[in-house]
Design a protein around this ligand. Structure first.
Ligand SMILES: *Cc1c(COP(=O)(O)O)cnc(C)c1O
Length: 379
């Protein structure tokens, strides 16, 4: 089945009692049993909810996986993955990652004796020297947030297999429209469904998709034992969002390309970070593993003072100054003080994320209005 058809029909069957084409919102906490332990597969809504079940099948289908699991946020999904580990275990993580993931790793899980090594994954072989007998998992994100670096998923998967490690890919930025990490050998795909999957800036949710039934059992056990499950209304919103993913992503990509090139030729713009430029350091890998380049990008101004960046950030009228990404509306963001404020400045600068970097989540408005808006703001 082609992507567009899959995104509309994935996981969704007409409601068996009424034929409703849209999955009903099963707003219930429990289910009546015929006799003790005799039921229709649903006992208590932390463990199972039919709206969530439909969404979980959709998650599996859109990532070409066997199983999907929904969580109350993207970080809750990440949290569940790290709970597969035990004290003393080690993780190799990409150095340029979502700030909240870094915070969860360093401030929560290090306390419980799990060690994280951070490394640039622009060369997959960079992870090799960090592998030892305690290493259990490689955590990567590609394209990265906000510098749009690319990691070679297939190369990392080969290294992971060689050493019997789990490879987990945060696929939030690409979305399943552009990239399917399980097809490239990853063990688990993670999404902040808050972003492109939901797509309308109205829900917080996360998911995991995997192929291995044993891994699914372990993660399902963590999901129900730790309880970070989304409610049925939120599941409905994401199910609805996924139906238009391909149409939205197509426009995100078109608008993204126009804006990346507009920024690059602007006399006041310094460097533009977008993985669709042919001179992007990992363009060949991006082209190999992605179907397009999306609407996420970052840039600096030639006048690199932070005051100048802040002036631009507060001057746009169509681009809203806000955290998050992947919604229909365009957003502008200052990673150093907003999405990535939880990363210590020294660490941030070392990884190439400067104080004056500006990040854009290009929406699906008319691109001419977006260009006019940026042009006026940059001045
Ligand atoms: C937003 C985001 C997350 C965290 O997801 P939440 O839904 O906010 O908990 C993780 N990774 C990436 C790349 C993100 O953009």
């Amino acid at each position: 089945m082609k992507l567009g058809t899959k995104f509309i029909h994935a996981g969704v069957e007409p409601d068996p009692t009424t034929g409703a084409i849209m999955t009903p919102i099963y707003q219930t906490s429990t289910y009546v049993q015929q006799a003790p332990a005799q039921h229709k597969g649903y006992e208590y809504a932390r463990s199972q909810n039919p709206t969530r079940t439909a969404l979980e099948s959709a998650y599996a289908a859109i990532e070409n996986g066997a199983f999907g699991l929904a969580f109350s946020s993207g970080v809750a999904a990440t949290d569940a993955v790290i709970k597969l580990l035990s004290p003393g275990d080690e993780v190799i993580a990409i150095n340029d990652m979502y700030g909240g993931t870094y915070r969860l790793f360093t401030k929560i899980f290090e306390k419980f004796g799990i060690r994280f090594h951070y490394v640039s994954m622009q060369e997959a072989d960079n992870v090799r020297p960090l592998i030892n007998e305690k290493t259990k998992l490689i955590w990567t994100e590609t394209p990265t947030n906000p510098l749009m670096n690319i990691a070679d998923i297939e190369a990392l998967a080969n290294i992971a297999k060689e050493h019997k490690l789990l490879l987990v890919v945060d696929n939030t930025f690409a979305s399943p429209y552009l990239q399917n990490p399980l097809d490239l050998g990853a063990d688990i795909v993670m999404h902040s469904a808050t972003k492109y999957l939901g797509g309308h800036s109205d829900v917080i949710q996360g998911c995991l998709v995997m192929n291995d039934p044993a891994l699914r059992e372990q993660l399902y056990f963590i999901q129900k034992s730790c309880g970070a499950v989304p409610g049925p209304q939120d599941c409905f919103l994401v199910l609805r969002g996924i139906k238009t993913l391909h149409v939205r992503m197509q426009r995100h990509c078109e608008n993204g390309e126009r804006i990346a090139h507009f920024l690059r030729q602007h006399p006041k713009v310094g460097r533009v970070y977008w993985c669709g430029f042919e001179d992007h350091p990992n363009y060949a890998i991006a082209k190999k593993q992605m179907r397009g380049f999306g609407g996420m990008m970052s840039f600096t101004l030639k006048d690199d003072r932070i005051e100048e960046a802040k002036r631009v950030l507060s001057s746009t009228k169509v681009f809203a100054l806000a955290e998050s990404l992947g919604g229909v509306e365009s957003l502008i963001n200052h990673p150093a003080s907003m999405t990535h404020a939880s990363i210590p400045r020294e660490e941030r600068i070392k990884n190439g994320l400067g104080d004056s970097l500006i990040r854009l989540s290009v929406g699906i408005e008319d691109v001419d209005d977006l260009i006019d808006d940026l042009n006026a703001a940059i001045g």
